[in-house]
Design a binder for this molecule. Structure first.
Ligand code: GLV
Length: 310
């Protein structure tokens, strides 16, 4: 079986080495490969591939994503219709996201961002101890990553709620389902964690209106997708203090332009899309397991839903 690796940003070499350890019979190719007959390719393994590349292979058994999100695949207008798209679910990727979210929720909950400013002013001031069980955290998007974050935060004693378009059940987490429940969910959320995919239903979901529904001084943590937030609306809300702090790992345009006001905004932490990086050893194991499933005639896991956009 033959696989083509196509990415505008990732190095194929570690993936090749690790995948061949699990699947020695795999013919691993890297796009572009001028000598390759496209009709002999069974799989494409992709992260932000060039537009149109996936559509060149007429006999694909599956499109395998190197990341949790599949928006980098679905945005290709030349995507073949009937080929299954397999998302990346990997315990190491989930753990990385939980670490990022727990770190930053604790950071803003314990006012460490404010202590940093006090230190800069050489000012010795104790801001008081916030009560964890009274801190209302809201996780928007309860897929694999969002559910794991909500569970971990509830385990730390936060008052956690979750919002999703579909009903989910997470012990210890209050659920809000559907667009009609969104204002109520936002109104009770002091620390908002975005875990939604970027789809037609979610792009721009955090606009001026949604930001104004959050309580005064709320914090926003976005390690999901930049397109979820209307950036100029967030800048406006930070200006008027309606939003107290933002931790942003993802942006409408990446890399973030050196001229972007987020970089040196006193109320913004910027990280460069590192909340959870796909780890080669465990992710390659997940990919190899899915290729074996497909070769045995079984369904790979988990499949993306094209209509839903994730
Ligand atoms: C990263 O953004 C991913 O989708 O895994």
């Amino acid at each position: 079986m033959r696989l083509v690796f196509a990415s505008t940003t990732k190095d194929p070499q570690p993936w090749q080495a690790e995948l061949l350890r699990h699947l020695p019979e795999l013919d691993f190719r890297v796009w572009p490969d001028p000598g390759l007959d496209p009709a002999t390719v069974d799989y494409v393994l992709v992260w932000k591939p060039e537009l149109g590349v996936i559509g060149r292979f007429p006999r694909l058994k599956a499109i395998l994503s190197l990341g949790a999100g599949v928006d980098h695949i679905l945005s290709d207008p030349g995507l073949p219709d009937a080929v299954p798209i397999v998302r990346m679910v990997d315990p190491a990727l989930t753990r990385g996201m939980v670490e990022y979210v727990v770190h930053w929720v604790l950071h803003v909950h314990r006012d460490f961002h404010l202590y940093r400013d006090l230190q800069a002013r050489r000012q010795w001031e104790q801001l008081g101890a916030p009560e964890t069980s009274e801190a209302r955290v809201g996780v928007m998007g309860l897929g694999v990553l969002g559910s794991a974050c909500a569970k971990a935060l509830a385990g730390l004693g936060f008052d956690v709620a979750g919002w999703d378009l579909a009903a989910k059940e997470i012990p210890g987490v209050r659920l809000y389902v559907g667009n009609e429940a969104l204002p109520e969910f936002l109104a009770r959320t002091q620390i908002l964690v975005l875990q939604l995919p970027a789809t037609a239903a979610t792009r721009g979901i955090l606009d001026a209106r949604a930001l104004a529904t959050l309580p005064e001084g709320a914090a926003v943590i976005n390690p999901a997708r930049g397109e979820l937030i209307v950036e100029k609306d967030l800048l406006g809300a930070l200006e008027t203090h309606s939003i107290g702090y933002a931790v942003l790992d993802v942006f409408a345009t990446e890399p973030l332009s050196p001229r972007h006001p987020f970089w040196n905004h006193p109320k913004v932490t910027v990280t460069p899309h590192i909340a959870s990086l796909t780890m080669v050893p465990s992710a390659a194991q997940a990919i190899a397991a899915n290729i074996r499933r497909i070769e045995r005639g079984e369904t790979p896991f988990p499949l993306a839903h094209r209509e839903a956009g994730f």
